[in-house]
Ligand binder design. Sequence first.
Ligand code: ZN
Ligand code: ZN
Length: 68
Amino acid sequence: MSIKLTAMTHYVCTGGCGENSSVGGTCNNNNCIKYHQPLSVCHCEDGRHEEAFQNPNMIAEGQEQAKA
Ligand SMILES: [Zn+2]
Ligand SMILES: [Zn+2]
């Protein structure tokens, strides 16, 4: 038997703070440049979140981005 990593949808902050969530949401680190901005969708298996960083605008559907 081998341990198989499955690509699970997760959401990461691309502001560099390392925030990530399995259910989406916004960055909770008030010292992050993306504080309170929606996390980006990612499906990586290696924890590098390259997908999210390459497509930082692919935010979770249903997320409301408050614009002043
Ligand atoms: Zn952040
Ligand atoms: Zn990822």
